[in-house]
Design a protein around this ligand. Sequence first.
Ligand code: ZN
Ligand code: ZN
Length: 336
Amino acid sequence: MAEETITRFSTSSGIRIYRIPVQVFPSLRAYAHLVVADDYTALVDTGSGQGPSDEQLRAGMAAIADDWGEDVSWAGLDRIVITHAHIDHHGGLNMVRQLTDAPIAVHELDRRVLIHHEERLALTRFRLGIFLRRAGFDETHRMRLLKMYSGGKDLFHSLPVQDVMRDGDLLDGLFRVIHVPGHCPGQVCLQVDDMLLTADHVLPGVAIFLAPESLTASTGVDHFLQSLRKIAPIKGVNLCLGGHDRPVQDLPAAIVRIERTQQQRIERIYSACREPQSISALTRSLYPSISDYDELLAIQKVGAYVEYLDQRGMLEVANLDEVAENELGVPRYRAL
Ligand SMILES: [Zn+2]
Ligand SMILES: [Zn+2]
């Protein structure tokens, strides 16, 4: 990917928001944001802590001081905000903690991922193992997927979190907190004047990742769609800065587009279930050439849409006799 430089945005009251590109995974770029208001500075998200991410974050902070003339430094940082506890947004915290004592804020539902990371990783991995078995993956395939799930995440070490955010809070008198569960339990959007930091809740081009709620409470398609409706009426937003991809100018239009995409995905899964299908068979037929980590993401996505349809009574388990008595049974879903 081509090098990308820092971009500066200014809110309606003159607060500067610097967008720092970081290569969080080999094929994924994300953005950390530095928010500067008078003598207050906050870092929103910290990259993945993997590959070049830490170094790019440090270089970004240095460039904002040197090239843009802001009086900012790690030692002078007032706040670290984590928009949601996915590793591409909080993985850099271990490095950042060495450089600054600034208090960390995260939504109350994602706090446990930061303070009990090892425990969360082990428990989610366990639930994912059960999900993959019921999805129809054989033992070798399942072990490979589980190994991939932990890879990279196990580099992160738990650390204390000083503050939690809740819906409606005004953090540090500056960030209006809007809790938007779905992509992640503690996902928040942060409004600063006429700008909205949407993290991974609203993205223009990147397909928003959703996993089934059976793996983690407060995620899933239903929560995500409700959270889209929650931000639709917000007035006075002239620009959205997400955690990936380009900025969004027209929030209502972006929401309509995302809802349409979600609807298409739901319908696609529903049509694919005309013949009874396991989640592994559905994933293979809908994403025939996918591999590695993308495969793991695709399986969870398919699981999320199956769950959504199932919750609404749109599917039935065609082989109920087989799965009712057997915890190793693989349900095959049929559209009604
Ligand atoms: Zn995310
Ligand atoms: Zn992300």
